[in-house]
Design a protein around this ligand. Structure first.
Ligand code: PAF
Length: 286
């Protein structure tokens, strides 16, 4: 049975007991509405730890004023059942008051310089401050040995890695691979906002990422590839926020393709914002 905790003291007592028994603890932070991608994170966490605790918290501070906080799908009963099926040991479901005792506008904030100031930050300037802040709070509440995050949110993972290293959290960060639908669409709780027609169109994101990789490896210029990707998505009806090629650290590459790269896309279809990325290595230039 997965143990459900709504009270911080009770959750910490359990963690203290596990630590006394010498058990290694893994944290899997989520905003709920769990799907196969989240469950695979629990399974991965289980491979690295003796006990796995998931968290469900729809963090109000990381949603912009016109974003989907109010209608973000909340399905705690189904989530708990699902967590049980993947043998998760515990789930921590804090309230907003527990997470932000002084209120959401008075919380101590974490800002991770550099990596949280590009791409997603152009349209969502405070998003990663809020993510870093809530993740740091979860780290302090649970004090796990490891924490698993989806690689799908590529920039989020980079922000969390940098914060963890810089603040010396004694926590190993593990990235879980993106789980895709058969047609390539990355699984996301937000996919359910798509109409049937939009769902068909949405596959173009992954196809565009594949084209970007192919073009770059074939030696096309980054500027042309990014322009073509943006145009292909726009023609299909997306409002493109970015379609770019970057270094793994999200910097603009200064040389042509000779190392690891990542192609990243954020685009809005109707009222649904979709993000995806593809990491790849370029053949070494002799
Ligand atoms: O990726 C998410 O679901 C959220 O951003 C996270 C890491 C749980 C923080 O609220």
């Amino acid at each position: 049975m997965v143990q459900v905790f709504n009270c911080l003291d009770a959750m910490r007592k359990k963690i203290t007991q596990w630590k006394r028994e010498g058990l290694r603890i893994a944290l899997v932070p989520t905003m709920g509405n769990l799907h196969e991608g989240h469950y695979s994170m629990v399974t991965l966490a289980r491979q690295h730890a003796d006990k796995v605790i998931a968290t469900i918290f729809v963090n109000p501070t990381q949603f912009g004023p016109n974003e989907d906080f109010d209608c973000y799908p909340r399905t705690p009963e189904g989530d708990i059942l699902g967590l049980e099926q993947v043998s998760c040991d515990a789930v921590w479901i804090p309230t907003v008051e527990t997470m932000y005792p002084l209120g959401i506008h008075k919380t101590t904030q974490i800002h991770v310089p550099g990596v949280s100031e590009v791409l997603e930050a152009v349209n969502r300037p405070t998003h990663f401050d809020s993510v870093a802040t809530v993740v740091a709070r979860l780290f302090l509440q649970v004090q796990p040995d490891i924490a698993v995050f989806g690689r799908k949110d590529y920039q989020q993972l980079a922000v969390i890695r940098q914060m963890t290293t810089e603040l010396n959290f004694p926590i190993q960060i593990i990235g879980a691979d993106t789980i895709r639908e058969e047609d390539g669409l990355a699984k996301s709780s937000r996919n359910q906002y798509l109409s049937a027609e939009q769902r068909l169109m949405s596959t173009i994101i992954y196809r565009t990422l594949l084209d970007m990789r192919e073009g770059y490896i074939a030696g096309r210029s980054r500027a042309n590839i990014e322009a073509d990707a943006t145009a292909a998505l726009a023609v299909a009806g997306f409002q493109v926020e970015y379609a770019v090629l970057r270094t793994p650290e999200l910097a603009e590459p200064t040389s042509e393709c000779d190392e690891n790269r990542v192609a990243l896309i954020a685009a809005v279809l109707g009222r649904t914002r979709l993000i995806d990325h593809l990491e790849f290595s370029c053949p070494k230039i002799q």
